[in-house]
Write a protein of this length. Structure first.
Length: 317
């Protein structure tokens, strides 16, 4: 047996073992029980560190299960296989992502939560922020596993309202309290929610002003001038506004669409220039392990639509 065959057999064995672990955890009802618990969170956990620790640990477990199931890091826009041997996908669908939106809504937007106004939101305890961060990260892992599942579940009539309110609150919070990691995960999640989905793009610009889209446009100046921060924000703006004239109009009140066109054009140039390096020894999995690569345009907006997006944002209206 050749070395390559041994590696292939070893990799297949690891995949099978991972599937067995995920299948066992689901079959004994852990995810269902966590869903019940999450859905019963109706208020803040600011003063309950034990409950907060349990929620963080649970979200870490769920995110790890999704990571074990998702074997292709660069497959966000590929057609997914219909088989679900671990039953994880159907379990996430039936439980509406283990009740994560209900839990985060109850935790962040409970009856005593401050209404939005001129006064900044009060700072949240670190363990509450950690839960919010883990919750949004979990949703981003779901997008990598099955983008259609994320978009259809979050786009449902009831859950879309919760998602819109949660996203809007977290953008507002991060605007007044420095939490870059949380802000970037929220920006990433909004992009996944809206990319190539007209109905969800409409949700992003609906609701009380400032809407989610408006808040993205109101981010600090660095997000429109610093190359690294532009790489975080601009793919989401492209996803939110592509082929939706109303969203484009809102965007142009704060930012010229030519900026997005220039961004896409540079990404196209970089991609064409790197084609010769595609056979390098660095695997896709290794490249995707880097945090910055999770924010890359190719993982957040379909590559085959880049030329069309360049034309759309570069054209005059």
């Amino acid at each position: 047996m050749s070395g390559d065959q041994k590696v292939s057999n070893s990799s297949d064995m690891v995949v099978l073992q991972n599937n067995d672990v995920v299948s066992y955890i689901i079959s004994i009802g852990i995810i269902d029980k966590l869903s019940v618990y999450f859905n019963n969170v109706r208020g803040p956990v600011d003063s309950d560190e034990s409950a907060a620790e349990f929620l963080q640990t649970s979200l870490t477990l769920i995110t790890a299960l999704i990571g074990l199931t998702c074997q292709r890091c660069n497959g966000t826009f590929e057609k997914k296989k219909l088989d679900d041997p671990t039953q994880l996908i159907v379990t996430l669908q039936v439980t509406q992502f283990v009740g994560i939106l209900s839990m985060m809504y109850g935790m962040l937007l409970h009856g005593d939560a401050p209404a939005r106004g001129d006064v900044p939101p009060p700072p949240l305890p670190q363990h509450t922020l950690s839960i919010a961060l883990m919750g949004v990260k979990m949703l981003n892992h779901v997008a990598q596993l099955d983008l259609h599942l994320l978009q259809s579940t979050l786009g449902d009539e009831g859950t879309s309202l919760e998602f819109r309110h949660i996203s809007s609150y977290l953008l507002w919070y991060c605007h007044h309290h420095d939490n870059e990691e949380l802000l970037h995960e929220v920006i990433l999640c909004i992009g996944f929610f809206g990319v190539n989905n007209h109905d969800n793009q409409i949700i992003i610009q609906s609701g009380q002003s400032p809407t989610i889209l408006q808040q993205l446009c109101y981010l600090p100046f660095q997000y429109f001038s610093d190359v690294h921060l532009m790489a975080v924000l601009y793919p989401t703006l492209v996803s939110c506004c592509f082929k939706v004239e109303r969203n484009r109009e809102i965007l142009e009140q704060e930012l010229s669409c030519a900026c997005l066109a220039n961004f896409v054009e540079k990404e196209l140039e970089k991609r064409n220039a790197s084609t010769a390096l595609s056979s390098s020894s660095t695997s896709k999995q290794d490249r995707c392990s880097d945090v910055s690569s999770r924010m890359s345009l190719e993982l957040r907006f379909p590559v085959n639509l880049w030329p069309e997006a360049l034309e759309y944002f570069g054209s005059k209206r």
